[in-house]
Ligand binder design. Structure first.
Ligand code: 13P
Ligand code: SF4
Length: 304
């Protein structure tokens, strides 16, 4: 199946982009893998005919918005995101109307429609930088992740108004379980994605996006890490640092991993079928694409 995907990608002039939360087999065949910021930057530059996006819906949507003349395929249209789902556009419009003097900074994990209601987008990789690009007295609504929003408020000393959304994969990680892991592994460093809940972030030695965590573990002198994010990242971490040990914080007592059910909907077979049938394709209304593009491009310009 792997060889068939690579052969078809070649025949159809397709580029495969994959997020670090994909399964190792998919990460290994990707032309480019990255966090959501790097994937957005890469998608905007692709000149192949097809972008096969091994990630979730909002990522493929962002690729389409940034590069509308490419055909963007998502292997499984059900690969959504609990954060994007936590912020329906109609409710968000009403929320925004309650704060008419605020600008809106939205985390990229949101629908294209939420992006049309935003002034600028950010990712976990550049959120602090984007927020800091506005004057200290600028009133800001931050959506949809309240954990990331709260973390940025703490780092920057701001008081952004937060939409009440969470990622179901990160928000469930328990500080009690992590404390136990820390006690059992006193030599381990705790690294966490900013979508984790406040008590987890308080315990963390390092907080950062998937790429920031990868860079941190590569460059750190430590040999052991407790990793509070999605399981998929361990593949690249272990590849970059074969001599180091990585312990994922499990979702609950019954498992030893923490998988995003949406990310893991993509399989090698679905990648093959998507390329073969050139379906499912991401299609968006022109006006939505145009309106959603401005805040994403603003983010890319601010992140250069
Ligand atoms: P990154 O921005 O770190 O890639 O995270 C994306 C994501 O979906 C985290 O849950
Ligand atoms: Fe969305 Fe969370 Fe899955 Fe990331 S890990 S895609 S934020 S549900």
């Amino acid at each position: 199946m792997r060889d068939k995907v690579l052969q078809l990608a070649k025949e159809k002039n397709a580029v495969i982009l994959a997020h670090y939360y994909q399964t190792p087999d998919i990460q290994e065949i990707a032309d480019f893998k990255g966090d959501s910021l790097a994937l957005a930057q890469k998608a905007s530059e692709v000149d192949a005919d097809i972008i096969l996006f091994a990630g979730v819906h909002f990522m493929a949507e962002t690729a389409k918005i940034l590069n509308p003349t490419r055909k963007v395929l998502l292997p499984d249209l059900e690969a959504g995101c609990s954060l994007a789902d936590s912020c329906p556009a109609d409710d968000f419009r009403k929320f925004k109307a309650l704060h008419p003097d605020h600008i809106v900074i939205s985390y990229i994990n949101c629908t294209a429609e939420i992006k049309t209601l935003s002034d600028v987008i950010c990712t976990s990789g550049n959120a602090v930088q984007i927020v800091e690009s506005f004057p200290k007295d600028q009133k800001i609504i931050f959506a949809p992740d309240k954990n990331l929003g709260r973390y940025i408020n703490e780092v920057t000393g701001r008081q952004m108004v937060l939409w009440d959304g969470t990622c179901e994969v990160h928000d469930i990680l328990s500080s009690e379980r992590i404390m136990k892991m820390k006690i059992e592994n006193p030599d381990a460093v705790l690294i966490a994605h900013p979508e984790c809940a406040h008590p987890v972030l308080l315990l963390a030695d390092f907080v950062g996006s998937t790429t920031a965590m990868l860079d941190y573990t590569k460059n750190s002198e430590s040999k052991k890490f407790i990793v509070a994010t999605e399981t998929g990242i361990l593949h690249q971490m272990q590849k970059d640092s074969p001599d180091k040990e990585f312990l994922i914080v499990p979702a609950d007592e019954t498992c030893s991993c923490n998988d995003c059910a949406y990310m893991k909907l993509n399989t090698m077979e679905k990648l093959y079928l998507a390329l073969k049938n050139e379906q499912p394709e991401i299609i968006l209304p022109d006006d939505v694409m145009e309106k959603a593009k401005a805040p994403i491009v603003r983010m890319l310009d601010l992140s250069r």
